[in-house]
Design a protein around this ligand. Structure first.
Ligand code: NCD
Ligand code: ZN
Ligand code: ZN
Length: 339
């Protein structure tokens, strides 16, 4: 059978860790992981060791990526609620695709909890580019309310609980400008994984119940959840085996294979895969065309996720041992073969 050709995929949520934590990942290894997974365009989060809160830090990061990345990498700006005056310096830059706001504790030092500061963030981001929130449970209620009040576009990152899916569903029914993403780990793992994998299965938001997982799949099918975003968050094995462990799992190299497993299992169609990993993220984040860019693979061809040997520097996967489908066999970016 001839190989199937699909567009270069878009991952709207990665942590490539540079600058500051290059023992976990850097723009070279992270972009190689992206290409191995069929992604030619990734959007990198600002929760670096020194958070990306100023135009200067952003420019330094852009330069590093330009020098080292093998695929297209673009960025979200960060906020701690006290850098509002930087917003208008960065929001029109073509390298910036939105503002990231952390409403819960997670990796990095960017938590905004104070209601006055939250209000200032939503009031201050005047761009049409979305505000992306890490907001779990009650924090999501607050974030949706503030986005509505200030008429801002909001993207709900890594939605994980059934109740959160319902919040987004209701907001969409009210015609609020909201989009949402689900991660492969929340779609394919439940909190039972923690028994076997311990720290390796610890992630923010935490893995949910089977009922949460069912709600995510229903949300994808009915349009409540728009995209699949990997939240590729590499940490070393040593960091995952510590007590407490670092939170986050790598995901770039397994996302496509998991989605074709979902096709095999009859949960979604091939067209859904393209919608969640290309068409919808392209539209939501206004990702420019990458001409003559595509991925070739056989979605019927099974492979087993290995224990190691990945492109990501952390070199492990929470999906090791699983049978997936459709590993990219070649990737062409702007006419040049890159995998
Ligand atoms: C992410 C990380 O390690 O940067 N961790 C995680 O558990 N998801 C941060 C985040 O996305 O919240
Ligand atoms: Zn997060
Ligand atoms: Zn993340």
């Amino acid at each position: 059978m001839p190989l199937l050709r699909i567009p270069g995929l878009i991952d709207a949520h990665v942590h490539l860790r540079e600058p500051g934590s290059t023992h976990k990942e850097d723009f070279y290894t992270g972009s190689r992981a992206a290409l191995a997974g069929g992604f030619t365009f990734v959007l990198d989060m600002p929760n670096n060791a020194v958070p990306i809160l100023t135009e200067k830090l952003l420019e330094e990061k852009i330069t590093l990526a330009r020098e080292k990345a093998l695929c297209d990498v673009r960025f979200y700006f960060g906020t701690n609620g006290k850098n509002i005056e930087e917003f208008e310096k960065v929001s029109d830059k073509p390298e910036v695709f939105g503002l990231k706001l952390y409403c819960n504790h997670t990796t990095g030092e960017m938590l905004v909890e104070n209601p006055d500061l939250l209000e200032k963030v939503f009031a201050g981001w005047k761009s049409a580019k979305p505000i992306l929130v890490h907001a779990e449970g009650e924090q999501l209620v607050t974030a949706l309310r503030l986005a509505e009040k200030h008429k801002r576009r909001i993207h709900v990152c890594h939605i994980s609980q059934a109740s959160e899916v319902e919040l987004v569903r209701q907001a969409k029914i009210k015609k609020q400008k909201v989009t949402a993403g689900a991660t492969p780990h929340h779609l394919f793992l439940t909190k039972d994984a923690i028994i076997k994998m311990k720290g390796y299965a610890m992630v923010k938001p935490p893995l949910g119940t089977e009922a949460d997982q069912d709600a995510l799949w229903t949300g994808l099918k009915d349009g409540t959840i728009d995209i699949v975003e990997t939240d590729h968050a590499p940490h070393t094995r040593a960091e995952k085996e510590k007590n407490p462990p670092a939170f986050g799992v790598p995901g770039l190299e397994t996302a496509l294979g998991l989605m074709y497993k979902a096709v095999k299992d009859g949960r979604i169609t091939h067209d859904d895969v393209i919608k969640f990993l290309y068409t919808n993220p392209k539209a939501i984040f206004n990702v420019p065309d990458q001409p003559d860019t595509y991925v070739e693979m056989d979605p019927e061809l099974a492979y087993i996720v290995p224990q190691s040997g990945f492109e990501t520097k952390c070199d492990w996967s929470p999906f090791a041992g699983m049978t997936l489908y459709g590993k990219p066999q070649s990737v062409v970016l702007r006419g040049r073969r890159v995998l």
